[in-house]
Design a protein around this ligand. Sequence first.
Ligand SMILES: Cc1ncc(COP(=O)(O)O)c(C=O)c1O
Length: 188
Amino acid sequence: MSGVLALREALTLKTQQLYGATYDPGNEITVVASASEGLYASISALVHPGDEVIYFEPSFDSYGPIVQLQGATPIAIKLSPVDFHVDWDEVAATITPRTRMIIINSQHNPSGNAFTVEDINRLTALTRDSKIIVLSDEVYEYVVFDGTLHHSMARYPALAERSVIVSSFGKSYHVTGCVSVSRSCPPS
Ligand SMILES: Cc1ncc(COP(=O)(O)O)c(C=O)c1O
């Protein structure tokens, strides 16, 4: 199930307008129940036993456990305080022939750090001519301030071709959290 076509077409339009990239609603956009499901589906589809997956700590809590469930090894790289930027030299030193995926998250939960053009350039150079997939958790794509840019992978063809982008209605439309049943709202 890839989601209602009209919604996928609307997401194609949104991606065109915001990031200047045209994705095929027929086979490049999938609607799932949450970003959490999108992360799980992406990792379980693309990561196999024996693979290594690089991600950054601190991070949203599901990345490492999902990788482990595939029989793969999560490799955590510590983000550098005080501004929690990525040390790309350390990433370069951590990549091995087994590296299958790098999980990035900009704007970042929990620090709020946002990628810069320099981050994009380093990521592009490190993954060029490799089999590495970039899983880009972009659930905070709208959380930008002071005229800064959200550097979606969709903006950069060399990264877009190797990336899965995960977005979230929950975050974009402020509908996170659980639905609970209340006595004032009896079941119909
Ligand atoms: C960075 C990050 N990714 C993914 C998610 C999960 O999003 P969703 O609520 O759409 O499953 C969260 C939720 O807090 C998050 O902070």
